[in-house]
Design a protein. Structure first.
Length: 212
């Protein structure tokens, strides 16, 4: 597994307020741009510091970017963790609660949400392995829940787990983004989530004996 770089000790020697300022300005830059389009020069200019000073805190833009993404994901995972425990016995309730909480997180933390969205949208080859590493971590978490749902008879074992993950991930991102761009009442969003999950649960193909 790739070793994830951490900030230099000089960064941690900074006063808390200054560390948070660096993190916030970097988050705003990565929220507006994917990794490949983000500019370290814009970050240091907004901070009003020399680029050389930033290199005392982080080895390069990639090092800074990883730190920002890890910080955002850590907060999001803490925010969503209770969902996994509360609804662990019902796969569909878990998905509904997870999607709803993800949308709420995106509303409450729009900058963080855009950092994560741009993380997944990045096509820079330099970041590809980091993206895949994070995806693998989330795969394991999802596959564990999927296997338990199969064992309980809630999900058919005919499913391809990788295809199920693809649908889960794509639907989750779309559900969060859909109502951020078009504001809606919570009840309206929850109703739409349940309609989407109903479609996912039943599938599109007519059931045997119920063909129109």
């Amino acid at each position: 597994m790739e070793v994830v770089l951490l900030p230099q000790q000089t960064f941690f020697n900074l006063p808390e307020e200054k560390r948070q300022k660096v993190l916030q300005v970097a988050m705003e830059e990565f929220a507006r741009n994917t990794y490949e389009n983000a500019s370290l020069s814009r970050i240091v200019n907004k901070l009003n510091i020399a680029k050389g000073s930033m290199y005392q805190y982080f080895l390069d833009k990639k090092d800074l970017y990883k730190y920002v993404v890890q910080s955002v994901y850590k907060q999001k995972r803490q925010y969503l963790q209770p969902v996994w425990y509360k609804h662990s016995q019902d796969f569909y309730q878990l998905l509904s609660a997870y999607y709803r909480s993800s949308w709420q997180y995106a509303q409450e933390h729009p900058v963080h949400h855009r950092v994560i969205a741009n993380f997944w949208n990045s096509r820079d080859a330099e970041m590809r392995q980091e993206i895949l590493r994070e995806k693998k971590m989330r795969n394991i978490e999802f596959f564990d829940q999927l296997e338990q749902a199969m064992a309980r008879g809630q999900v058919t074992r005919e499913l391809n787990p990788e295809a199920a993950w693809f649908v889960y991930h794509a639907v989750g991102r779309a559900l969060a983004d859909n109502f951020l761009e078009v504001p809606a009442e919570v009840s309206q969003h929850e109703e739409f989530i349940n309609s989407v999950l109903h479609t996912v649960r039943l599938g599109l193909e007519p059931r045997k004996g119920n063909i129109q």
